[in-house]
Design a protein around this ligand. Sequence first.
Ligand code: PA5
Length: 447
Amino acid sequence: MSIKLNTHYLDSFIRPHEYERIAPEIRMADEMLRKKTGAGKDFLGWVNLPDDYDKEEFTRIQACAEKIRKTCDVLVVIGIGGSYLGARAVIEYLRSPNYNLLAKDTPNIYFTGNCISADALNEVISLCDGKDVCVNVISKSGTTTEPAVAFRVFRNLLEKKYGKEGARERIFVTTDRARGTLKQFSTDAGYETFVVPDDVGGRFSVLSAVGLLPIAAAGIDICKLMEGAAAASHAYTSADLEKNDCYRYAAIRNLLYRKGKTVEILASYEPFSAMFNEWWKQLYGESEGKDGKGIYPASVIFSTDLHSLGQFVQDGNRILFETVVDIADTKQSFAIPNDPDNIDGLNFLSGMQLDDVKRTAMLGTILAHVDGGVPNVVLEVSERSEFALGELIYFFELACAISGYILSVNPFDQPGVESYKKNMFALLGKPGYESMREELTKRLNFS
Ligand code: PA5
């Protein structure tokens, strides 16, 4: 495995007998998941997805990605939440947060339809000016407002530029197999479509066409990504905490939660992890935050955020625990140069690898935070690669499901997301929401 859970720094926070006490709950959660008896049992398609995926569609994804790479300068990816975070996370993690600025033989990729901002939308439109553009619109429901608005805009743009026929060759749709407005519309328009499997929810869908098409278009080896996820799915099958790092992580989260550690910070020392952290936050936030329960998922990039949030982590309200993702082998090295005059007094670092300085900063920070009363658990990832990232994705998905079952919530629904949508539709005057609009308008005191 490329991933190892290091619990060394937890010793003063969790005693051995506490693991024994939570072990039966873990076994029960495992049974609910494997025997499909738990809440949300119809949304467990992601569990076997790394092996059990549509191979014909996978080949089509690769062919489509190649076509996109050959025919366009820009790929516009339209989607929100689970329909874009995974792809963006993987592209930034494996290629770069500055992917679009790199010299490369793959298209620039702009994500849009993930907010309601005229400035953001106009910016992407102007970035496409004079470029050959393809679009991948991703929406499981096919009705989400943010991507639907962006798709309306980009469809018109492409049709104006290439004509209806030409646009058809450049629009790729990832949506439900049979249901929804987008599916119906795509069939009528003759767009090539890819499927969000029925039994895979948005935030668990990065290893389906939802994530794989944009990821492959960015030149990333999606076979290796799937192989890594498959390796993880085979490795984390034991219900025995001693033998399963993934379940142990789920147990640790819940043990700490019960001690009042209600906020988990995912900490990485690599800026390329920032979007991965966002993907992780959605996974845990939407899966666990319900029924008045849940660990609030936060994230930091160190050492950057040691200079903004470090004070709070060290010394503020003691509700935090930290999960450090320690990526051992990144792609490039950098040795700190010598300065014969030693004006800055830094020659004690001369010749040292920046990675070694980073590791020392990490170890020093972990010890300081532990001393400050912040439990630290470390996830050691051996390398920055497709395979290891596939493992990491699966590790967090599985741990999230087990952790959610221990919390006694349904990890696979998101009823809370509907509340804002209903209010927004009512206030915008969508047909069918008239009485609600009246009531909300009174509360807001405007007409
Ligand atoms: O994880 C989820 O289910 C959500 O975040 C959805 O992905 C998000 O709301 C977008 O939904 P849809 O793909 O239906 O447009």
